[in-house]
Ligand binder design. Sequence first.
Ligand SMILES: [Zn+2]
Length: 183
Amino acid sequence: MDKASAKKAKEELEAYLSKGVRRKTGERFAVLDAVYSFSGMFTAFDLQQKLEKQNYFISRATVYNCLKLFISLRLVTRHKLEGEASYEPTIGRKNHCEQICTVCGKKKELRLKSLPALRNNVPLERFQAETYNVTVYGICSSCKAMETRRRRTELRRQKKEEKLNELKRLSTSITKTNNKKQQ
Ligand SMILES: [Zn+2]
């Protein structure tokens, strides 16, 4: 995430912690720093690894506690898609558009400035939209090419088989006719 967003997040955490509800620990700021070093989604494991690289050995439970606090302060967004939860810095978050190939699973992040068509057509229910996360599922060009090749080979084999069957049928009927003639 950009520096300005990271700074703003830090200020918000500082403002919250200075109310004295929770202790102002260096740990929380270290975790927040690590969170805002990601430009997109990350898992709790990614976050812990990043912290370890910076020589912060923080338990998974603490990492989760920090994330929970950041989510409540709207500094972190939680995504629960399939299986493991992913997180993302909230401040400075841009619209996301991602394409995923349903065959090989290849993902590609696309940058979107605005989503005017979508914005006007999504029937939101008592909800204020801030950012959008769009996932487009489909098939990538290499998987599509592979599929086309496979289909072609199948078609060729099918035609060959049909021809062979036709020939067999013909030869059987010729043999039958010949047999009849001989009788
Ligand atoms: Zn693919």
